[in-house]
Write a protein that binds this ligand. Structure first.
Ligand code: NAP
Ligand code: MG
Length: 397
């Protein structure tokens, strides 16, 4: 059989622990037999990040800028315990944080739907994609404990020395205050990434904040979205037959639960953090959640939403066969290959991505799956190891 050819390389970012093991198996068993795989390889495994003083992460992000499509394996974000475990030179920053900051991207997360794994919410028939703004708000806050009576103020000193002040509270006793910010430039990038993604995937876009209470801060988000939509996107949305609408977050929550799914829900940083975990769990499992980072200039980085599955890895190191679910990592590859195929006009590559996804879902629907899914499957299921599951997909493919 002739292998499917590629024109431009995919940026491949290898990672850590159990997902690094799955990564190798997915390539060997599901990709390399069929595709003449062209990748530019970056080893983001923690030992190599440490060796290169994390330069490899920066290089991988630059390569993504250059080639436009990347696929990333889960990686360890080091904490104090990891510094000891891996004898690290320092506590390197989260690779995802570094890449996100360099690409100025928005993260879109969507569950993989499979017949047999029923969402907790009966009415959901299609995936709900969360678009999370990944800059600012409480993730870049300044906090103070107020020890006792006194006045807390917001003070802004302009470059020309003009001072603007506003009272936060006249404290009569102890309390707390918090300062948060965001940037018009970042909110605009977020808005464009959401509008582009909605057009790209032909889904409606919802956006929600709490602008009735936060009349300047949240209202600024609402206004920027509205201005950009009217000026740059309205006509294209009309042509594509999709809709953008803004609603209060309380209303959005109620509508989401009553909906059939099949749309994108754009959220501020904190709302997106919390709601994406809620949606992942309500749709079935974190191991079935895909994630793609989209930059405002249209660069894509695909990954699984889960981590490196450390507990399984320690069992694997002891020689045990684990049933770690590879589905989200497979879908990271198919997402990236399909996007490469679309950009390079390679219909065979796109078709391959479709077939691999179908083979994966059909295998599960036939009753063969890893333990995490078997535990929530609504029919009798055979729980198998990762390798047996991958082989079953390969046979079907
Ligand atoms: P995790 O790797 O997502 O795993 C947490 C638990 O969820 C696992 O122990 C397992 O439960 C279950 N699970 C997750 N993915 C699974 C899969 N594919 N198949 C089967 N079960 C799965 O999160 P963590 O243990 O909190 O973090 C481990 C490491 O990953 C950390 O070093 C963290 O920094 C890193 N991390 C990386 C990313 C990323 O690169 N995007 C994201 C999150 C975390 P059971 O043990 O009960 O089976
Ligand atoms: Mg979270």
């Amino acid at each position: 059989m002739q292998k499917i050819a590629m024109k431009m390389p995919l940026v491949e970012m290898d990672g850590d622990e159990m997902t690094r093991v799955l990564w190798k198996w997915i390539k060997e068993m599901l990709l390399e037999p069929y595709i003449d795989l062209k990748t530019e390889y970056y080893d983001l495994g923690l030992p190599h990040r440490d060796e290169t003083d994390d330069q490899v992460t920066v290089d991988a992000a630059l390569a993504t800028e250059k080639y436009g499509v990347a696929v990333k394996c889960a990686t360890i974000t080091p904490n104090a315990q990891r510094v000891e475990e891996y004898h690290l030179k320092q506590m390197w920053k989260s690779p995802n944080g570094t890449i996100r900051a360099m690409l100025d991207g928005t993260v879109f997360r969507a569950p993989i739907i499979v017949d047999g794994v029923e969402p907790t919410v009966r009415t959901w028939k299609a995936p709900i994609t969360i678009a999370r703004h990944a800059y600012g708000d409480i993730y870049k806050n300044t906090e103070l404990k107020i020890p006792g009576p006194g006045k807390a103020e917001l003070v802004f000193t302009a470059q020309d020395g003009t001072v603007t002040r506003a009272t936060i509270h006249d404290f009569k006793g102890p309390g707390i205050v918090q300062g948060v910010h965001n940037l018009d430039s970042s909110i605009s990038s977020f808005a464009r990434a959401c509008f582009d993604y909605a057009l790209d995937t032909k889904q409606d876009l919802w956006f929600s904040t709490k602008d009735t209470i936060s009349k300047q801060y949240d209202h600024n988000f609402k206004d920027i979205f509205a201005d950009i939509y009217e000026a740059e996107y309205k006509q294209r949305f009309d042509e594509a037959g999709i809709e953008y609408f803004y609603t209060l977050i309380d209303d959005a929550v109620a509508r989401v639960i009553r909906s059939k799914g099949g749309f994108i829900w754009a959220c501020k940083n904190y709302d997106g953090d919390v709601m994406s975990d809620m949606l992942a769990t309500a749709f079935g499992s974190l191991s079935m959640m895909t994630s793609v980072l989209v930059s405002p200039t249209g660069k894509y980085e695909y990954e699984a939403a889960h981590g490196t599955v450390t507990r399984h890895y320690y069992r694997y190191l002891k020689g045990e066969e684990t049933g770690t679910n590879p589905v989200a990592t497979i879908f990271a590859w198919t997402g990236a290959l399909r996007k490469r195929g679309q950009l390079d006009d390679l219909p065979d590559l796109c078709a391959f991505a479709d077939k691999l996804e179908k083979a994966t879902l059909d295998t599960i629907e036939s009753g063969v799956m890893t333990g995490d899914l078997a535990a929530i499957f609504n029919r009798p299921a055979t729980s198998v190891t990762s390798r047996v599951f991958l082989q079953a997909i390969a046979d079907r493919l």
